[in-house]
Design a protein around this ligand. Structure first.
Ligand code: 13P
Ligand code: SF4
Length: 304
């Protein structure tokens, strides 16, 4: 570790204590940010941590919808996003107006909203889900027909596992869309002993080639539990650092080096320090929207 980083980390720890703050980081964050976090995990784990913490301040090292979800669950806390430009392009692919039109088109459908969405879209949905519980959430509903938003690839994965009829919005993750079936085929040829685990945001042609389809937290569990010594990983490449750190006896191959989420990389140690020093950038949701979005998030958490 450089002397500069060590000095930054010392200042971050001091401010964290003074402000009774907690640092939450997503699995795709830079390594140095993951290392200073109190909790590193997937979207579901992060929302559970945000709901139960007794800290006064949450510094959210991730993208904006994650920080919004933390605020929705813990409105009495100060939720800070170190870089205000850290958004999720998939979440921006559906607006609340789009959703209202879709609801008119599918009047009998229950709306299942991937947590990668804006708070006002959550507020108009029946229930949220994350990549780790999407199938369970869909199957828990009484409605035989579902309107799944905004990720068409996650929707198609859920449809392959559920008996319900799934209608879906045409959104997708530009980072996972960079992972192509030919990447997996090539790696399987190069490493015939390897197991393949991919994220359900990948296209169906990719998930069809995998041994397992998991959230980022599920990929970590798969890596820990499998007997395989070589593992091809189809998700954002930031996860590989954690996988290698937790499983030093195993070899991990990224399905594609192009699978980088630029927004997840915007947060660094300097910005975490700055966030704590200046109490910025404050993430809030208007109360009327928060209350309705909370209902959709809480329903999800209750059936985890
Ligand atoms: P996870 O909930 O699996 O960590 O996914 C979050 C995400 O943004 C994936 O692109
Ligand atoms: Fe959004 Fe994809 Fe980045 Fe996840 S990896 S935050 S879904 S753009």
């Amino acid at each position: 570790m450089s002397e500069q980083d060590a000095a930054l980390i010392e200042r971050i720890s001091k401010l964290k204590k003074e402000n009774n703050a907690i640092i939450l980081a997503h699995n795709y964050q830079r390594g140095e940010v993951q290392d200073i976090a109190d909790f590193v995990g997937d979207s579901l784990g992060l929302s559970q941590e945000a709901a139960k913490t007794d800290a006064d301040v949450i510094v959210f090292c991730g993208v904006d919808f994650m920080a919004e979800t933390a605020y929705i669950l813990s409105p009495d806390k100060l939720v800070l996003l170190p870089d205000e430009n850290a958004g999720c392009p998939m979440a921006e692919m559906i607006t609340v107006e789009d959703l209202m039109e879709e609801k008119e088109e599918y009047p009998g459908s229950a709306v299942v909203c991937y947590v990668n969405s804006t708070a006002d879209v959550k507020a108009e949905s029946d229930i949220c889900c994350t990549s780790s519980n999407a199938v369970k959430v869909v199957d828990s509903l009484e409605a035989p027909e579902i309107l799944f938003i905004p990720d068409k690839y996650l929707a198609q994965y859920v449809a392959s596992k559920s008996r319900k009829k799934i209608n879906y919005w045409n959104g997708f993750c530009p980072t996972h869309a960079r992972i192509l079936p030919e990447d997996i085929i090539e790696l399987k040829k190069e490493h015939p002993q390897a197991k393949v685990v991919v994220h359900p945001e990948c296209m169906p042609e990719v998930t069809a080639l995998a041994d397992a389809v998991e959230s980022t937290g599920g990929i970590c569990r798969f890596a820990r539990e499998t007997d395989a010594k070589e593992i091809v990983v189809g998700t954002e490449i930031g996860l590989l650092r954690r996988l290698r750190k937790e499983n030093p006896d195993k070899v991990f191959y990224p399905a594609s080096n192009k699978a980088v989420c630029p927004n997840m990389k915007l947060t660094n140690l300097e910005k975490v320090l700055w966030a704590l020093e200046e109490k910025q950038h404050v993430v809030k949701v208007p109360e009327d929207i928060r209350i309705r979005a909370l209902d959709a998030v809480n329903k999800m958490i209750s059936i985890v």
